[in-house]
Design a protein around this ligand. Structure first.
Ligand code: ARG
Length: 454
């Protein structure tokens, strides 16, 4: 492709060191789509005839079919997906094929291909996130009135509906979608026509080509266009954060299905056994997802580090953008798909959640609120209840079993109705402010998400 000025062949080591076709072959459909659109632009610019364009298009579609059916031979010596396809086209159709690369460089070509590929992949990831959201909303609905302790510092805090806990993840995932959709706006800009770095003296109707490729806009600076990988970096960040969210959910799932918590049971289909310990049922899917989230963070770091020292414009370093990008897209897609299945097969063990929420200490804050409602400043109320907690622990007597007269020794503001706030149902129903976990609120949130995800 560049043999004109060289008198020595490329070293075999350089060839295998520099090849990218072993991983960028997967851009083939987008590369061909880009080339067909470019060929139409060349007709409009008067560089090729409609007949030559038809030969190019037919040739490329035949090659695409052969690739799709496994009948195409990729050659390492042709370095990358772009040169493999172009060389094969020219071999087949001759001069028309040799005109295809007019006013184009692999620099704007690869930038275009990766944007087309990433745009499709982002749409697929968004759909998979929505499927997981749907599974979580359905699990919330199935969990009915199951109540669990809400934790801070992994210490029991206050009671919440299990559904409220699951819906927290639905919220996180909706922000992941919003980030991907926002990144998509910056993916959706066409670099083709920027040439190697300085456009071309052959003037193409870039807006026409962009329309052919479904791009919303064209880039406005040819140097930026060939050296910009911000769009891919943003996607890697959105995926890494989504992975971190899945990792946190994984950690919850792992805790919940431990014997110590026992809040949920995962289906046999989504757990694995031990080759040694016959009783084991392990949450490998969650553990693998927690582990794989490290890769997603690593891929983001790889991309940022790759770009940070690059002078303008294209540098070959940028070929290294693809493996982290592909790996993150593949990894998050697989994680989302398997997670949605696992959540769909998850069951709540109400005996265990009820046992955990029978801990009266979960309602200590409600008792403090009771005093506040009876005119006691919150800081004083907090101290009174703190002393009552100490009393309850040292005397081994639950809040419900402390007599009213004793309560009144701690604060004269206590009256007989204090016992009403020691009831879990009352305590939950009372949390009816926006965003709080009253059963009515949670039911409304489930309805809202079902509507939004339908
Ligand atoms: N395989 C290359 C990449 O992915 C394509 C662009 C090569 N351009 C060049 N001038 N060597 O970055």
């Amino acid at each position: 492709m560049w043999k004109g000025r060289f008198s020595q062949p490329t070293s075999q080591l350089v060839q295998s060191y520099g090849e990218s076709v072993s991983f960028d072959w997967r851009l083939f459909a987008h590369d061909i789509r880009g080339s067909i659109a470019h060929s139409k632009g060349l007709v409009k610019a008067g560089i090729i005839t409609a007949d030559e364009q038809a030969q190019i298009e037919k040739g490329l579609l035949t090659i695409q079919h052969e690739i799709e059916t496994g009948n195409f031979e990729w050659k390492e010596s042709l370095e990358d997906v772009h040169m493999n396809i172009e060389a094969e086209l020219t071999k087949r159709i001759g001069p028309a094929g040799a005109k295809l690369h007019t006013a184009r460089s692999r620099n704007d070509q690869v930038a275009t291909d990766v944007r087309l590929y990433t745009r499709d992949a982002v749409d697929a990831v968004v759909m998979l996130i929505q499927s997981l959201q749907r599974a979580l909303v359905e699990a919330s609905e199935r969990s009915g009135g199951a109540v669990v302790p809400g934790y801070t510092h992994l210490q029991r805090g206050q009671p919440v509906l299990f559904a409220h806990h699951l819906l927290a993840y639905v919220e996180m995932l909706s922000r992941d979608i919003a980030r991907l959709q926002d990144a998509r706006k910056r993916i959706d800009v066409m670099p083709l026509g920027s040439g190697a770095l300085a456009g071309s003296t052959i003037i193409l109707d870039r807006e026409y080509v962009a329309k052919e490729l479904g791009f919303a806009a064209v880039t406005q600076n040819s140097m930026d266009a060939v050296s910009d990988r911000d769009f891919a970096t943003e996607v890697l960040f959105a995926i890494a954060l989504c992975g971190v969210h899945l990792s946190r959910l994984s950690e919850d799932v792992i805790l919940w299905c431990s014997a110590e918590f026992g809040f949920i049971t995962l289906s046999d289909a989504h757990t694995t056994g031990s080759s040694l310990m016959p009783q084991k049922k392990n949450p490998d899917v969650a553990e693998l997802t927690r582990g794989k989230s490290g890769r997603l963070v690593g891929n983001l770091m790889a991309m940022l580090t790759l770009l940070k020292g690059l002078p303008m414009t294209y540098n070959r370093d940028m070929q290294e953008d693809k493996e982290p990008l592909f790996d993150s897209l593949d990894t998050i897609k697989a994680a989302l798909a398997v997670f949605a299945e696992m959540i769909a097969g998850m069951e709540v063990n109400e005996t265990r959640t009820r046992a955990a929420t029978s801990d009266p200490m979960l309602l200590a804050t409600d008792l403090a609120d009771y005093l506040v409602n009876h005119g006691v400043p919150f800081r004083s109320a907090h101290e009174v209840i703190g002393k009552l907690v100490a009393h309850s622990i040292s005397e081994k007597v639950a809040f419900a079993d402390i007599p009213l007269a004793k309560y009144q020794e701690f604060s004269p503001a206590f009256e007989a109705d204090l016992f009403a706030c020691l009831n879990l149902e009352t305590a939950l129903a009372a949390r009816k402010g926006i965003g709080a976990p009253s059963p009515q609120n949670v039911a409304a949130q489930i309805a809202r998400w079902k509507e939004a995800l339908s």
